[in-house]
Write a protein that binds this ligand. Sequence first.
Ligand code: NAX
Length: 327
Amino acid sequence: AKEPVRVLVTGAAGQIGYALVPMIARGIMLGADQPVILHMLDIPPAAEALNGVKMELVDAAFPLLKGVVATTDVVEACTGVNVAVMVGGFPRKEGMERKDVMSKNVSIYKSQASALELHAAPNCKVLVVANPANTNALILKEFAPSIPAKNITCLTRLDHNRALGQISERLNVQVSVVKNVIIWGNHSSTQYPDVHHATVGDKPVRELVKDDEWLNGEFITTVQQRGAAIIKARKLSSALSAASAACDHIRDWVLGTPEGTFVSMGVCSDGSYNVPAGVIYSFPVTCKNGEWTIVQGLAIDEFSRKKLDLTGAELVEEKELAYSCLS
Ligand code: NAX
């Protein structure tokens, strides 16, 4: 039998955490033959609720779940983890300035970076979900310099999956036959959902949709604004779809992407596609042997170029804002 993999979920008493931990314990993230030990971290005001989640995990009697650590101690939570899914963070509350939210999250991600660096298993893979996801991941990378930069990523797979969903609805085809959409840039409303290279079967999506006005307009804004639409409908932000996307992200990263398929991941930019280097930017990637590689050589037209640049500029600005919170 395989050795258990230790998976950390921070913010585990929250909404996404509640949807995510049973998926991990059922093998959806790492495979149906992979035992797991869950490490769940939250803050002291949520300790009782966190313990309730632990009780439910016990009650669910998951065969793959070999242990649960539920704690408010960051060091205990990070010790020996092979995968870290960072969902905990400080939410934006009404009337709060962007800088205030940034400042709270910068300090959380700075201290959690140090704990991971000192106590996680070597080669730990990190996925940041909490917003501002790209910039939280950047701070984590900067303050955990001994963790390889390629091990630190952020979630844009939810946006990617939303784009697949919109194309599937529009063409009235199964979502499983739609592939190779791309989310470029920031997990924010400047993200660019791009279908120039997307296909259904062996046909380009653009040829099938035959409506550039929709693809260049409403499709993009629907994906960009989907989070807000869910909040309006549910009075709560996306949780099951976010949890599912986090599982997709880690599964593809660890187990590999299918031949000919790429997915979107927020990764440290090396300047590919003339994107600013050093920020955490969402790119199309393929994964093999536990490593992602940015898909190279895709044609970028003038329309796309502007959108790649706009979201890149926002990430540079967020980086500056984050640094101004540090000093
Ligand atoms: P919740 O407020 O339900 O849960 C967050 C949890 O984090 C709470 O239990 C809180 O106590 C905990 N927490 C706060 N500070 C912490 C710290 N320092 N260490 C550990 N835990 C801490 O939010 P939820 O709906 O679960 O969303 C979590 C995060 O995901 C938010 O930042 C949200 O904006 C972000 N999202 C990101 C998405 C993405 O695609 N990247 C999509 C969904 C989601 O909006």
